[in-house]
Write a protein that binds this ligand. Sequence first.
Ligand code: C5P
Length: 412
Amino acid sequence: MYYDQMNKFTALAGKKILLGVCGSIAAYKSALLVRLLIKAGAEVRVIMTEAAPAFITPLTLSTLSKNEVITRFYNSDTQLWNNHVDLGLWADLFVIAPASGSVIARLANGICNDVLGATYLSARCPVFIAPAMDVDMWKHVSTQRNVRLLAKEAQDTIIPVGTGELASGLIGEGRMAEPEDICAFLNSALTNDTSSLPLKGKKVLITAGPTREALDPVRFISNRSSGKMGIALAEEAHTLGAEVVLVLGPTSHRPEHAAIQVVPVESAQDMYEACIQHWPDSDVMIGAAAVADYTPAQVSDKKIKKKEDDMSIALARTADIIASLGKTKAAHQMLIGFALETNDELKNAASKLKRKNLDLIVLNSLKDAGAGFQHDTNKITILDKNNKQQGFPLKSKRELATDIWQYALSLQ
Ligand code: C5P
């Protein structure tokens, strides 16, 4: 009866699917999964862990997939090396079903002592993991941490487990998703059309965080910026489909999505050089960093000794990054700056917008409670090149990132 549903999985036709099968009782369902994938028009190759053949024979899966099943790096019959790099590059999708607790732990830690683990590290395609284990193993803090890491940091997709009777006789969460549900999951992941996202195909460059200006090998001048606003803008740009480069000053905060390219920098000069390099390829640039305006004119290569007298430090101007980029701004490029003002806020922000050749400036005032450095919230007013302005109430930086992008996109 499952085969009647095959027409539903049209996105799988012609796809090269690598199926990893682990040692779990749910491996008996892998036969049906292979059959469904083949029926949907996919090309299937199967890798088994060494524990898996105790649950289902390689012969069953090779017959159904019409391809040799791989369990070891080296095939002693053919004297051939099973190249995990080629396998990883071959696949359009890598599905690990069932994924046992042990294999999930190995994948989360990059352990590649078998073909499945090594192929996982080599694969460049999207990876889908269908866990299968007993309820207590599934609920264990270690498994949950490993699954979280695979989903959040490795960006793998976890196919939700089912609830019901388990092989142990216990009832609860941990059942592998049914083969038809796995096919439906893969099909909908492939048909999720992202081409209509407003920043699809666009490159976005963002600066965030403070800079650190060295006085000597021990000391530096810096500021209180956390980088949270710029990181939120980078996250939102990624969600809107952009390819994002985040030039990030010294801060412990990092974006969640691994796809955001982080360029860590220290000084204003480092940040300037990174931006100059990425600007020609960028469609939009947002300067959310709190860049030092001055840097010590001399950097001592030895720790400066204290003396009886007072001392003064000569400071030299740094380059204004967004003002420099504004001088070479092409018609298709958009430049967005921030202004943190304590007085004559609107007037100062408007003059900065003009002077730096910006399209839009985001003004935040230190006067507002909950706004500015370190906070998770901010209160902003946006001013644009058409002399329009809009104020926003106190909101989380993540919500404001959405507002800022929405405003920027309305200008295009
Ligand atoms: O002129 P002011 O420093 O107030 O301008 C703030 C804006 O300019 C922010 O967008 C900040 O990231 C950017 N900026 C910069 N390079 C500097 C100083 C500020 O890009 N050297």
